[in-house]
Design a protein around this ligand. Structure first.
Ligand code: SF4
Length: 552
């Protein structure tokens, strides 16, 4: 979800009006997250439920809890009762934004939920979702979005020409979509038709849930970059960014929302329409790091993928060691795989303080000096005198690994061999993940003759190895051509944005390397076969029961 800080002007947006409830912010501005190392961050989780007779706001609350890792800066729920939509959103974690009283005030049979992570600096109520707009004929429209668009500028100009947004305030891509959707909705041209038209023009990564208070809609971009799944409750339907959120609210997984598909759920049941032919390009980083290990992506267990990557890593980069230890929690499945494949015993050598990265209280200088110790503490009795193989999910700037190696050696480790369960991250993501800026990535600041050797020296390890892209892809159970791996290889299957300074740098760098690698701008030349009006396919009245189950 792209946006700009200048939009952060609480109260400036028309459209929330009396129908939106603004909670008091319960924390100071500014984010204390981790200590000098920016981990890759997902930029949102979406959840939607249609279930008459159920307490839909509480179902959504628990669904958002399961998706909290996808966005920790703001949360919101929109509830529709057929007459109107009420939106309640604020900055903070799901548990900070909502309480019993606020959830009790959200009554209806449809709910949308959203957890948001923003790129640096733009933490404000205005950018929290769901977005809300009203059509010229008075139809309420609420919308939640996960992903990033590459033709954001073009859509913003379109909305500006209609007087819906002020481009000088750089409105978010989610707000622009919501504004265009509402503007094009009328009695003669209902929301469903407005959506079929709009989403065939949108380029980039988008999983969008939206509602007019009567029907629940879920849309996934034609490349299926971000995940979106459909589940069944006894009395209704649920859509969620990850299958783990379906499990937590007791919904049975039915199938993924397909790339290029719009699902419509209301009192007449569930229908499915295609707005574009799909060319699958799922984000490989969802498998490696972003999604919960208990989720299933395109039929593949995330946990199994990570264990498989660890096994590949053991084959590709064996090491002599006494113990395999993970960097918890995200390195744990790969460490299990490495240990199983190598036959070297697995042990927990580091304890993680699971809650420290979730506080918004600025640490004092004394606390700050503790560095990594605030997050991870070594188990001395386990690691003393041992040759350790330490498995982590990725290296971004290298600060964490440098501090980690030093801490393990200080705690008595004889040797520290670092193994990384993804290839070196070198390129920015324009499809919904926030990495450190390219110039800060350690893989871009090393001797090109021996990049891995240089990073190994930088972090002070006895040896260092990354899994290969081929090994990572093989473990994901997906075909290489069905995946995006741009942050590792610089090949951007959806093109790059038309309004982003980093994108210009990337274009220049890629052209320097190989003129044939130049990515398209704004996604216009990326092949997406839009179904012409009148040929839009109605897929099924009732979804086909999927072959895949959560236990696959
Ligand atoms: S660039 Fe990386 S993080 Fe972004 S969608 Fe592609 S694989 Fe995922």
């Amino acid at each position: 979800m792209a946006y700009n800080d200048s939009q952060c002007d609480p109260g400036a947006r028309a459209g929330f009006g009396a129908r939106s409830t603004r909670a008091e912010s319960r924390r100071p501005s500014g984010r204390y997250d981790d200590l000098g190392e920016q981990e890759p961050r997902e930029e949102c989780g979406v959840f939607g439920v249609w279930a008459p007779g159920e307490d839909v706001s509480k179902l959504t609350y628990y669904g958002l809890y399961a998706l909290q890792h996808r966005g920790q800066e703001a949360a919101g729920i929109a509830v529709g009762n057929g007459d109107q939509i009420v939106v309640f959103k604020d900055l903070g974690l799901v548990s900070q934004v909502f309480d019993e009283q606020s959830l009790d005030s959200l009554r209806g049979h449809i709910a949308l939920g959203h957890t948001r992570y923003s790129t640096a600096g733009g933490v404000c109520w205005e950018n929290a979702q769901p977005m809300f707009r009203m059509s010229p004929d008075g139809t309420d429209v609420a919308l939640g979005h996960n992903g990033n668009l590459v033709n954001h500028r073009q859509l913003t100009l379109q909305a500006a020409r209609l007087g819906l947004v002020d481009p000088k305030t750089s409105p978010s891509d989610s707000d622009v979509m919501c504004a265009l959707l509402a503007h094009n909705t009328s009695e003669a041209h209902p929301l469903e038709e407005a959506a079929m038209k709009l989403f065939s023009q949108v380029r980039g990564a988008f999983c969008v849930t939206f509602t007019d208070g009567t029907s629940l809609y879920a849309v996934r971009d034609p490349h299926g970059v971000r995940p979106l799944s459909l589940g069944k409750l006894a009395s209704g339907w649920v859509v969620a960014s990850e299958t783990a959120a379906l499990d937590i609210v007791g919904a049975e997984f039915v199938r993924d929302v397909e790339p290029g598909e719009m699902v419509i759920i209301n009192g007449d049941g569930l229908r499915s329409r295609k707005f574009a032919e799909s060319t699958r390009k799922g984000c490989v980083f969802e498998y490696v790091y972003l999604s919960r290990p208990d989720s299933v992506l395109n039929g593949q267990s995330v946990n199994d993928t990570r264990v498989g990557i660890g096994a590949r890593l053991a084959q590709e980069a064996p090491a002599d060691g006494d113990l395999v230890i993970p960097v918890p929690e995200s390195g744990t499945p790969a460490a299990v795989g490495y240990a199983q494949e190598s036959g070297i015993p697995f042990a927990q050598g580091l304890m993680k303080n699971a809650y420290v990265g979730r506080t918004f209280i600025q640490p004092s200088q004394t606390i700050r000096q503790l560095g990594i110790r605030l997050k991870l503490n070594p188990l001395r009795r386990v690691i003393e005198g041992k040759r350790l193989i330490v498995v982590d999910d990725s290296i971004v700037r290298g600060n964490t690994q440098r501090a980690l190696v030093r801490m393990l050696k200080d705690a008595g480790a004889a040797e520290v061999h670092v193994r990384i369960a993804s290839p070196p991250v070198k390129w920015p993501c324009f499809y919904g993940i926030d990495f450190a800026s390219p110039s800060e990535l350690i893989a871009n600041n090393v001797d090109p003759e021996d990049p891995v050797g240089h990073i190994c020296e930088e972090i002070g390890a006895d040896s260092l190895a990354y899994v290969t892209t081929a090994g990572m892809v093989a473990a994901s159970g997906q075909q290489r051509e069905d995946l995006c791996a741009a942050c590792f290889d610089g090949i951007y299957p959806l093109g790059v944005p038309d309004d982003d300074a980093d994108a210009e740098v990337v274009r220049m760098r890629l052209v320097e390397e190989d003129p044939n690698k130049e990515p398209t701008k704004g996604g216009h030349d990326v092949p997406v076969h839009v179904l012409p009006a009148g040929e839009q396919e109605t897929v099924s009245a009732e979804p086909e029961r999927d072959r895949r189950t959560l236990n696959d």
